[in-house]
Design a protein around this ligand. Structure first.
Ligand code: KG4
Ligand code: ZN
Length: 338
């Protein structure tokens, strides 16, 4: 079995996965949403302190499996330095104590592996990754080779949902609350600009849209003066604009990339309107759409453990003495996730 640990942002999570069957034997997660909600976003130092309390509690539940563990997999990049360190420190302790190897996991590769929980992995795949930290299209050719085809030049999709919610006084995380309000709203009411609409680049941008939302909130007299209907309509207009933008740019990639299987992963892939819109795009292009179960879209240790199995089977272990948190990585299009 593999023990896996995730602490790259505001979710403390631990899982135990059986290597041969890929069966998830234990999966626990403590989210810090309530604590960060007061601030409208994640406060790294607070997150780190909360991990220091939550992770040992979760590890306690994994103790019955200790004698069967063959390795410990931990997210070490990219993420918030102070929160990654909490998971890494615990992984090192377990590895030394049980004399087992340690596997370093790239968080975004973990999200890709959320597609393969309790299933065999398969490649190639074209992937839209939409999370709180990142927005990109990847071509995952194999376990080793995941190439960035397009990325955001500024904010991420998840972040734009969070900021939009914050501007309307709706708390954190913004994704689920905006999605819920959008269901009741009129997406045509506010004409928001579709980012990079006339730009040839295959890239994403969300900061201009965020600004347009801010101006709209101001024109309505601020969050407190907005009616429930105003909020629903703005949420619907915002979400529809994000979807148009994602579709426009991904469609350009679909025109030249014949990879049959397309997947959406990351926290914002839980959004049903995004799922539906891409389902239609895939049908138009004869592609098959793959999605992770809703519970594995946001950060979790199950996906880290699933990646850990494939790394373990390839004998890809980290050096315990040099393993460290890597905060910034080159995440430009044309480069590999590494
Ligand atoms: O993947 P994730 O858990 O963390 C990162 O790796 O960043 O993604 C969290 C992000 C948050 O910004 C959250 O607002 C967004 O995913 N999110 C959503 C939805 N559920 C979560 N965005 C849009 N619609 C949703 N239903
Ligand atoms: Zn994530």
């Amino acid at each position: 079995m593999i023990l896996s640990i995730e602490s790259s942002c505001d979710d403390s999570s631990i899982a135990v996965t059986e290597i041969e069957s890929r069966r998830l034997l234990l999966h626990k997660k403590i989210s810090q949403e309530k604590e960060h909600s007061l601030y409208g976003g994640v406060v790294p130092e607070l997150a780190s302190r909360l991990h220091a309390v939550a992770l040992p509690k979760l590890l306690e539940e994994a103790k019955p499996y200790f004698s069967s563990l063959k390795a410990v997999a931990v997210t070490n990049r990219p993420g918030l330095g102070v929160t990654l360190m909490e998971g890494i420190a615990m992984a090192k302790t377990v590895a030394v104590l049980l004399e087992i190897p340690i596997i370093d996991v790239h968080h975004l590769k973990g999200h890709v592996y959320s597609l393969f929980i309790e299933k065999p992995s398969h490649f190639p795949l074209l992937i839209l990754l939409v999370s709180g930290g990142h927005t990109m299209v990847l071509r995952a050719n194999s376990f080793e080779q995941m190439e960035i085809l397009a990325t955001s030049i500024d904010d991420s999709v998840g972040e734009s949902f969070d900021k939009t919610a914050k501007m309307m006084g709706l708390g954190y995380p913004g994704g689920p609350v905006i999605e819920a309000l959008a269901k009741e709203g009129d997406p045509e009411r506010f004409a928001l600009p579709v980012p990079l609409r006339n730009d040839k680049r295959i890239a994403f941008s969300l900061s201009g849209l965020k600004n347009a939302v801010r101006l709209t909130v101001e024109s309505l007299g601020g969050a407190d003066a907005m009616s429930h209907k105003d909020k629903c309509d703005l949420a619907a207009s915002f979400q529809a604009t994000v979807i148009k933008h994602l579709l426009q740019k991904t469609k350009k990639i679909f025109k030249t990339d014949t990879t049959k299987d397309f997947a959406i992963v990351g926290g914002a892939s839980a959004n049903l309107a995004i799922r539906e819109a891409f389902g239609e795009l895939c049908a138009d292009f004869g592609k098959t759409m793959l999605l992770a179960p809703l519970e594995y879209c946001s950060d979790n240790a199950a996906m880290i453990g699933r990646y850990g199995i494939d790394a373990y089977l390839r004998n890809q272990f980290a050096d315990i003495d040099t393993l460290d948190a890597v905060v910034t990585r080159k995440l430009q299009s044309g480069t590999l996730l590494e």
